[in-house]
Design a protein around this ligand. Structure first.
Ligand code: ADP
Length: 173
């Protein structure tokens, strides 16, 4: 059975992440979306909230499992007999960082774990969790960036009750 893991912060999961998950889930027998617990970052959403949002967004994909993990990714891979890591590439700016991590994981797993890169679909090339957070914090329209459920969750973090009156214009003041 070919199992792959797609690790990330997913704070929150975007349509760009979802696109990678859907495409990768067709390539492997099973896929684990792994929310990394990164103590260096202070996330908007708790690990549980992020796991639940991803579960909701991937409910229709039968071979996708959602987990969280605190520790080294290669240890998670070793413990779960996973040999493939999925990462997404948006632009050349992602490349240097991703290459370094992929090579480090390859080396520290003694060559056991490889990283497979999927390039972003063009319509999501601009999209990141941080721009979603930034936009939502000013009540900007994030409906083309995340699922409706995630949009509600993000808006409520910033104290916006209705996601219909969006745009962050003068009416807000
Ligand atoms: P991390 O903090 O590990 O980079 P992210 O949640 O930001 O976690 O991203 C997880 C993975 O998804 C990374 O490989 C990232 O490059 C990829 N990714 C993020 N946004 C997109 C997108 N719009 N299209 C394709 N891949 C993406």
């Amino acid at each position: 059975m070919k199992i792959a893991v797609y690790p990330g912060s997913f704070d929150p999961i975007t349509l760009g992440h979802l696109d990678i998950i859907k495409r990768a889930s067709k390539m492997f027998d099973k896929m684990v979306v792994l929310v990394s617990v990164n103590t260096a970052k202070s996330p908007l959403f708790s690990v549980n909230e992020r796991v639940n949002m991803i579960k909701e967004a991937t409910a229709d994909l039968g071979n996708v499992d959602v987990q969280s993990y605190e520790g080294l990714l290669i240890d998670y891979c070793k413990n779960n007999n996973i040999k493939i890591i999925i990462r997404g590439l948006r632009a050349i700016t992602d490349f240097e960082y991703e290459l370094q991590i992929a090579q480090t994981n390859k080396m520290f797993s003694n060559g056991d774990v490889d990283t497979v890169f999927l390039t972003t679909s063009l319509e999501y090339a601009y999209l990141s969790s941080s721009t979603v957070r930034e936009f939502a914090s000013f009540h900007g329209d994030i409906s083309r960036c995340v699922t409706p459920h995630v949009a509600q969750m993000v808006y409520s973090k910033y104290g916006y009750k209705d996601s219909e009156k969006i745009g962050g214009n003068e009416d807000e003041q």
